[in-house]
Write a protein that binds this ligand. Structure first.
Ligand code: PMP
Length: 301
């Protein structure tokens, strides 16, 4: 890759020059929102949904993004084109902006807007062939009435603590329970379990980010004729499931073959998980915003 261009507050700057003040409240207090978006062969997958989620997160914390949603979509497309990328990971970040050392967000006059586009560093292929092992960690998911997990905010400490515990247990991802002990999600992925023809994922009120990949998988599973339900479940249900998998923009659909030392199913990625991944991968190249070959405001979503 040649020069990397970052979109920073109304202009493109070189990566080395993309700098933000230490008085930015995103840095000082984690006050801001972000997204993680993927581009598949010049096709920005579910861009509209990601931008909707970004704006809803911002609205929830009363953060004004200084562009319309349509303008933001266009800026994402421009950032991909500027960096000549076909397969990429896009990270839009909107922070509260520069203020003083006090907490008051109203002292921050303008949000800082950053869009980073990088070539994709995909998960190693072997992980899809072997599946992954995870553990349940002690860290519980933020209670939705304290800090809603539906807000994809820059305050990711809850998730970072999960990642930290996962690393200490020598695994790459982990399950978080909610305050009542129901399974919520991974550090940066949603979770699904399969038993017979039934597929379950925790409902929104359990406390999880409503993942875009999650919604696509719910759609695919329903269309394939599975009994797809959003229903609370416990660790016991995970241990005794036929198949378990995680979903996320980066991970796509990844089989979990061991949880807290319990082997799931036959200990290899199951047929249903593989089928869902296959259909998902067919969809990603056809379903989204075409960056290079179509006007940017059609076929959105
Ligand atoms: N949960 C959390 C906490 C996440 O950070 C992510 C990644 N954005 C997900 C779930 C998966 O969401 P998506 O499918 O939209 O990437």
């Amino acid at each position: 890759m040649g020069e990397q261009w970052i979109y920073l507050n109304d202009q493109f700057v070189k990566k080395e020059d993309a700098k933000i003040s230490v008085y930015d409240h995103g840095f000082l207090y984690g006050d801001g929102v972000f997204e993680g978006i993927r581009v598949y062969d010049g096709n920005v997958f579910r861009l509209r949904e990601h931008i909707d989620r970004l704006y809803q997160s911002a609205k929830s914390i009363m953060l004004k993004i200084p562009y319309s949603e349509e303008e933001f979509i266009d800026l994402i497309v421009q950032t991909i084109e500027k960096n000549n990328l076909r397969d990429a990971y896009i990270r839009p970040v909107v922070s509260r902006g520069v203020g003083d050392l006090g907490l008051d967000p109203f002292n921050c006059k303008r949000a800082n807007v950053v869009i980073i586009a990088e070539p994709l560093s995909i998960f190693p292929k072997e992980l899809y062939e072997t599946g992954i092992e995870i553990v349940t960690v002690a860290t519980r998911r933020n209670r939705p009435d304290v800090l809603s997990p539906k807000v994809k905010s820059l305050n990711y400490l809850n998730n970072i603590l999960v990642k930290l515990e996962a690393h200490l247990a020598n695994v790459s991802e982990a399950l978080m329970l909610n305050d009542q002990g129901y399974v919520a999600e991974g550090s940066a992925d949603n979770v699904f379990i399969i038993k017979g023809n039934k597929i379950l994922t925790p409902p929104g009120y359990i406390g999880a980010l409503e993942g875009i990949t999650r919604s696509v998988i719910i759609e695919i599973a329903t269309n394939l004729g599975y009994e797809m339900k959003e229903e609370p479940f416990t660790r016991h249900d995970v241990y005794t499931a036929d198949e378990v998998f995680l979903t996320g923009t980066a991970a796509e659909v990844i089989a979990v073959v061991k949880v807290d030392g319990r082997v799931i199913g036959d200990g290899i990625p199951g047929q249903h998980t593989q089928k869902l991944l296959k259909v998902f991968r067919e969809k990603v190249v056809s379903d989204g915003v075409k960056v290079y070959s179509a006007p940017t405001n059609v076929n959105v979503g």
